[in-house]
Design a protein around this ligand. Structure first.
Ligand code: GRF
Length: 205
């Protein structure tokens, strides 16, 4: 059984896709043992509650400094003992110690086809704004392992999504979520739950 902790900051639609994937068995041998949010108002916390998943809010604002926040966050992870940590729209810079401790056991979903439109400053709607400004015809999403860089870790799955005439950043963001993110994030977790290395099983999604 793959025990996962999902880290979130916002709406939690990717968390929902994971919860639903486990429920409808597109993700096998996996359970969500905890959800951690840095934001008390995140709707993702309500989704966790509704699914009877233990949810925790650890917010940098409630600590005196970054070091104290990092310690509390790491302590919660140590307590939960996840096999895999899934960053699903988690807008926090990870403590370096966390990357070291959980190397090869942290994955992230990014709303573009890496290496395009990724790295520092490319998050949320900014990614889709940049895609439209450049005029590319195809975008998509990527699930990758997390290392010390920003969006530089090994790629697990990608899925392309068409950019359409008249798209706004919001419309494109929604299409990328529906057609790519909510498909490849559950698929990547299922792949890991079956011990399939990133380079194999390209048609797994
Ligand atoms: C998604 O677009 C994800 O790719 C990005 O943040 C967004 C999170 O959405 N990293 P949600 O909270 O899962 O609804």
């Amino acid at each position: 059984m793959l025990n996962i902790v999902v880290c979130v900051s916002g709406g939690g639609t990717n968390l929902q896709a994971i919860i639903d994937g486990i429920e409808n068995k597109t993700i096998e041998n996996t359970r969500v043992i905890g959800v951690i949010s840095n934001n008390a108002g995140a709707y993702a916390l309500k989704r966790a509650e509704a699914a009877n998943v233990p949810a925790f809010c650890i917010s940098p604002g409630s600590f005196g400094n970054r070091g104290e926040f990092n310690r509390a966050f790491l302590e919660k992870l140590r307590e939960l003992k996840p096999d895999l940590i899934v960053l699903a729209g988690f807008l926090v810079i990870l403590p370096p110690e966390m990357i070291e401790t959980y190397r090869g056991r942290i994955i992230n979903i990014h709303p573009s086809l890496i290496p395009s439109f990724c790295g520092t400053g490319f998050y949320g709607l900014k990614v889709h704004e940049a895609v439209l400004a450049r005029g590319v015809k195809v975008t998509g999403a990527t699930v990758h392992y997390v290392d010390e860089g920003t969006d530089t870790g090994e790629i697990i799955l990608q899925k392309a999504v068409e950019v359409k005439e008249g798209d706004t950043p919001e419309i494109l963001q929604r299409r990328v979520m529906e057609e790519a993110e909510w498909v490849i994030l559950p698929a990547a977790i299922n792949k890991i739950a079956h011990n399939i290395p990133p380079g194999d099983g390209h048609d797994f999604a």
